[in-house]
Design a binder for this molecule. Structure first.
Ligand code: PEP
Ligand code: MG
Length: 481
């Protein structure tokens, strides 16, 4: 606060006064002693204050309500373990224990990178970094030590570091004397050329924002295999028009190719826009709780604007809807009926729309083991990030076991092979859109398991195309022998 001046100082002074107000703290304390959860106690008390300031006749007091709202949300964020957005200058390597998807999306990473003591290669924020080509290291350990006690002491702010994401290394406090200062980012090597793909192999791209797709050169990719809509608006609320505009832009960039758009997959490590205010999932394992389709069906009104936007955009191009975290066939029926309701409402209002194909993510063993029960779906998309997590009982953001969280683990591969055969028996398309598809060390095993359609982060596209071309050559060589 001492470093602030002017209006910033005034605001901080007021917020400090709110946070140290004896009457307020005593009321919150009394509720805590009554056994009320901390977030609930804080929210209830602050909302009572906010309501009384809003009703004040003096406009100066009414304006104070916004300060209380800000303090309410920042404390709730802290209680939920979400950091308030840190200020990250451009061009630096952000070193921290972890980073939320929201912080990642709020920052321009041009010329910079990320080094985390925690996290994992399959964490959602890592997928975002991969999509954007932002250099990122997770689960850093010091020197050649390993194991839980070897966590890196993260460098102090201002320490020079060299981050080599390809080699998986970061050099801390390297010799600075010979370092030349650059005001412009280092020139990047030209992206590798895309290898021609075998005729029976399809390679698509995964995106999280409209800009991700706008930055991809045309050619090679056969559509968008996964749009993670929970990141499209950087975690902020969006209405039907915002979403319709975004979907239309994606269609325009895809230029006639399919765009597979996943319904919101909020929950777990992907909080929805209202989570901070309403209280995060406090169960001991949110990834096994109200996530994806479970959450959609628990609050069906929240998905209506997205469904309407999808149906309306589908009138303009090849949109397909993907449902996340499906474990039970009834969930597909329930989404179909929500889609049918919205189609009827749009028809009654005379608005152009089309009911697009409806597919499911196969990312939970329950679905993978019994895919034939999901014949109501029009297509399938294997999510190896979650399928590996739920099969191997290793969290996506678990840094110590990250090396074992792989789609080419025999148990996960067995499930993938079952899914490919079940989809073929049903005559339905099946794609694989987890991060493993973009990992040249795993793609061969996925190809051998029978997968022929993949969707990868744009930054992994060229490498995946070469690995797939090599798979086909290897197969041809084996036949010749
Ligand atoms: C997956 O689980 O593999 C997947 C593609 O979905 P997400 O990473 O967004 O959970
Ligand atoms: Mg998933």
């Amino acid at each position: 606060m001492r470093a602030a001046s002017g209006t910033a100082r005034d605001i901080l002074t007021i917020q400090h006064a709110i946070l140290t107000d004896d009457t307020l703290l005593a009321s919150v304390g009394a509720r805590l002693r009554d056994g009320v959860a901390p977030d609930m106690a804080w929210r209830t008390m602050l909302e009572a204050e906010i309501a009384s300031y809003r009703m004040a006749s003096d406009p100066m007091f009414r304006a104070r309500a916004a300060d209380f709202e800000d303090v309410r949300d920042r404390v709730l964020e802290a209680l939920a373990g979400l950091q308030h957005q840190p200020v990250i200058p451009t061009g630096v390597v952000y070193c921290a224990a972890d980073i939320t998807p929201r912080t990642f999306l709020a920052h321009d990473w041009t010329g910079g990178g990320i080094a985390l003591g925690g996290g994992g290669p399959l964490a959602h924020v890592t997928a975002l970094a991969r999509q954007r080509g932002v250099p990122m290291l997770t689960g850093l350990v010091a020197g050649d030590q390993c194991g839980p006690d070897a966590r890196l002491h993260l460098p102090e702010t201002g320490t020079p570091v060299l981050l080599d994401a390809d080699a998986g290394e970061m050099f801390v406090a390297y010799a600075t004397k010979s370092r030349t200062r650059r005001d412009t980012p280092l020139p990047r090597p030209a992206p590798p050329a895309i290898a021609p793909l075998p005729a029976d192999v399809t390679l698509m791209v995964n995106v999280s924002t409209v800009d991700d797709l706008a930055g991809i050169a045309p050619g090679g990719w056969r559509g968008v295999g996964l749009v993670r809509t929970e990141f499209l608006f950087a975690g902020k609320p969006s209405d039907e028009t915002d979403q319709l505009n975004a979907f239309r832009k994606l269609l325009a960039h895809a230029n006639g190719q399919p765009v597979i758009i996943r319904l919101f997959d909020h929950g777990g490590d992907k909080p929805g826009p209202d989570d901070v205010r309403n209280g995060m999932d406090r169960t001991s394992n949110p990834l096994l709780g109200m996530r994806g389709i479970r959450r959609i069906l628990a609050q069906p009104d929240d998905i209506v604007p997205q469904l309407r936007a999808l149906l309306r955009a589908a009138a303009d191009g090849d949109i397909r809807i993907l449902v996340p975290m499906v474990t039970h066939p009834g969930e597909v029926d329930a989404v179909s009926s929500l889609v049918a309701d919205e189609a009827r409402a749009l028809a009654a209002a005379g608005m152009a729309h089309r009911v697009p194909p409806l597919g499911i993510m196969v990312e939970v063993p329950a679905a993978a083991l019994t895919l034939e029960r999901f014949a109501a779906a029009d297509f399938f998309s294997i999510g190896t990030n979650d399928l590996a997590q739920y099969t191997l009982a290793i969290g996506r953001d678990e840094p110590h076991l990250a090396h074992r969280l792989r789609a080419d683990d025999p148990a996960v591969l067995a499930l993938i092979g079952m899914c490919v055969r079940a989809a073929a028996a049903m005559g339905k398309p099946i794609n694989l859109c987890g991060e493993a598809a973009g990992d040249a060390t795993q793609i061969e095993a996925l190809f051998d398991a029978g997968v022929r359609s993949f969707s990868v982060a744009p930054a992994s596209f060229a490498a995946a195309s070469h690995a797939l071309a090599a798979c086909r050559h290897r197969q041809a060589d084996v036949k010749e022998v």
